[in-house]
Design a protein around this ligand. Structure first.
Ligand code: HEC
Length: 154
């Protein structure tokens, strides 16, 4: 009886220490990027981001050169996004994904962008992973910078 108890205790110790080992390893991995970026690297990241924001801004305002550059046609009505959405943060990018009444389905921001391109704009749906979509998304999120994430809100 005593021997069984001892074996149980030993077993428990073995399990606990292997668990402890597992947990000891995970934080190491999670901290892989603990070195802060230097100013030069941060500037390069910001430049890359702002380049997308500017491209998205141009697309949102219907700039033909930006559409040509990214190979898209966002509208066949002559209406640019900005004409119906003069303040792009009013598009509430931080509230996606959510159930979208117009589409009768659960939608991401990218789904909604394509809905507007197809329906009110009568344009051609764009590649959800393409350059134009990434830039439009960058511009909208940038416009709503500082907003609290609130997915699902109406
Ligand atoms: C002719 C007017 C019109 C144009 C042009 C237009 N939209 Fe919209 N957009 C709407 C309407 C109507 C809605 C649905 C009402 C709403 O949810 O605000 C909407 C909603 C949206 C929403 C969701 C807003 C929210 O708060 O749920 C996004 C995102 C959006 N549009 C992006 C775009 C983009 C990107 C373009 C340009 C490619 C564009 N729209 C062009 C009329 C327009």
């Amino acid at each position: 009886m005593k021997k069984t108890k001892l074996l149980c205790v030993l077993g428990a110790v073995a399990v606990t220490s292997s668990l402890a080992l597992t947990f000891a390893v995970i934080p190491e991995k999670a901290n892989a990027h603990k070195e802060p970026h230097d100013a030069e690297t941060l500037k390069a990241f910001e430049d890359a981001f702002m380049e997308q924001v500017v491209l998205g801004d141009n697309l949102f305002h219907g700039d033909p050169a930006a559409q040509k550059q990214t190979g898209v046609n966002l509208s066949n009505t002559g209406m640019a996004c900005a004409m119906c959405h003069p303040i792009s943060s009013d598009i509430h990018p931080h509230e996606f994904p959510k159930f979208q009444e117009q589409m009768s389905e659960f939608a991401t921001l990218r789904d909604m962008i394509n809905w507007c391109i197809e329906k009110p704009n009568e344009g051609e749906k764009i590649d959800p992973d393409g350059d134009a979509m990434k830039a439009l998304e960058a511009y909208m999120y940038w416009s709503a910078r500082g907003s609290v994430l609130d997915p699902g809100r109406h």
